[in-house]
Design a binder for this molecule. Structure first.
Ligand code: ADP
Ligand code: MG
Length: 432
């Protein structure tokens, strides 16, 4: 008998934890309200429905865990989700053909008001207070609805009954489960949050590494503009030469401006999106950013891109971050001289991006460790760059192949599914 109880109990725990299992696979860190709410609604209403379908029965004392997903889902999903979860609960109870549907609804619905006041404060609380808040909210919902349901059905007097003592203990026990649920969920959320922070901090690292070379790149045009302005100041200068000097000055200043604006969009935070990316334009942008860095390290860059515009899907800024790190590693591997070759080709509905360098190369062991955190052979390396790049690429349904020979060089081949071109040709509307 104990075993059956235990079995039912574990089954119910897994049911209410179902949203926790699913959450990491579907969550998005950007603030997409509708997406996140739908997600919460979907997972927690499934948990409610299953919890209601498989109640626990101890010696005729029947109870289930429906109020836990109701509480947690409401607290994290917000008031809209909370209303929807209440609706699902009532609807499912109706479909189950339970008696006293109206009384049940009347005794449950006022708790929505309690939920409403809890939600407004909840997210600002610390972990311990969140646990306490969730447990008390759970108790409040349960006690209120139980008391009003019984009172409405059988009169106030019937509340003084021995069977409610055990019901009360079960409720206290469940509210502890509720608090532990919050602990688990908060831990999970913070792990996912830290993962996102690693991506962001790696981006800041790239931005700061490239800053020195950008500054260097801007100094060149400024110096030459200065020289030409000095020449323009000379008295006996014929019109032809004057025009020529002016043209060079403007060109050099435009170049400096381009470098600065490219650099700024690299540093820009940007919300996560999933949009069509035109590979040619992006490779052009990435090349520009890497060019400053390459010039700084005496490396040459060659690019081969097909004429036809090719599209893949993903987040443009993340994609840039992924490729810039791979390119940056390649440049760093060449230590002084070499050629970085970036080329794009299309084959069987997939788009391949090849990034090859003539640098120090890697052994098979080193290749195997690529993408694992904190693996770095550089004095100031973080060993997070390839990990972040690989995770971005995999998120875009891309694959990565690395070939390398020690002393000869390394070749990265990234392959992405080809995407449809967007309806209106927005190409060039936002090239960087
Ligand atoms: P970091 O660049 O901070 O060291 P990464 O994760 O970007 O961290 O790279 C990890 C390691 O992988 C590098 O330290 C380097 O040893 C090796 N590596 C990555 N790309 C190349 C490459 N193109 N050629 C040689 N070694 C590479
Ligand atoms: Mg790196």
């Amino acid at each position: 008998f104990m075993l059956t109880i235990l079995k039912e109990f574990f089954l119910n725990i897994s049911i209410i934890l179902f949203p926790v299992f699913m959450y990491p696979f579907f969550h998005r860190t950007d603030n997409r309200l509708v997406y996140n709410r739908t997600l919460y609604f979907f997972f927690f209403s499934l948990a409610i429905v299953f919890a209601m379908s498989l109640p626990i029965n101890i010696h005729g004392l029947i109870f289930d865990f429906r109020a836990i997903p109701l509480t947690i889902g409401s607290l994290y999903g917000g008031f809209h989700v909370s209303c929807a979860l209440y609706a699902v609960l009532l609807l499912f109870r109706y479909l189950q053909n339970n008696p006293n549907q109206l009384v049940y609804a009347v005794s449950l619905l006022p708790t929505l008001l309690i939920v409403y006041f809890y939600i407004r404060r909840y997210m600002a609380l610390g972990l311990r207070h969140k646990m306490i808040a969730a447990a008390t909210l759970f108790l409040a919902i349960r006690v209120f609805s139980l008391v009003s349901y019984t009172a409405l059905n059988d009169g106030i007097a019937s509340l003084i009954d021995a069977k409610y003592v055990s019901t009360f203990f079960i409720m206290v026990f469940q509210s502890v489960v509720c608090a532990l649920y919050v602990l688990l969920f908060e831990r999970l959320r913070s792990v996912l949050y830290i993962q996102q922070e690693v991506i962001n901090s790696e981006k800041i690292k790239i931005v700061s590494d490239i800053a020195a070379s950008v500054a260097h790149e801007i100094r060149n045009p400024l110096t030459s503009v200065r020289g030409f302005i000095q020449l323009l100041g000379e008295e006996r200068l014929d019109e032809g030469k004057r025009g020529f000097y002016e043209k060079i000055c403007l060109e050099e200043l435009d170049r400096a401006q381009l470098i600065i604006s490219d650099y700024l969009t690299l540093a820009k935070p940007g919300l996560e999106t999933n949009e069509p990316i035109e590979i040619g334009a992006e490779i052009g942008y990435i090349r520009n950013i890497l060019l400053s860095y390459a010039n700084y390290q005496n490396v040459e860059i060659v690019c081969g891109v097909e004429d036809e515009p090719l599209w893949i899907a993903g987040d443009k800024y993340k994609f840039r971050q992924a490729l810039i790190n791979i390119g940056k590693n390649a440049i760093e591997a060449m230590k002084g001289e070499g050629v970085l070759d970036i080329s794009v080709s299309e084959h069987n509905g997939r788009i391949a991006i090849q990034i090859s360098d003539t640098g120090v190369g890697m052994t098979a062991d080193q290749i195997a460790r690529l993408g694992t955190p904190y693996y770095s052979t550089k004095e100031k390396g973080t060993g997070l760059g390839t990990m972040v790049s690989f995770s971005i690429i995999k998120n875009m349904n891309g694959t990565i192949r690395v070939q390398s020979k020690v002393g000869k060089g390394t070749k990265y081949v990234l392959s992405f599914p080809r995407a449809e071109a967007p309806a209106q040709t927005a190409a060039g509307a936002d090239g960087g």
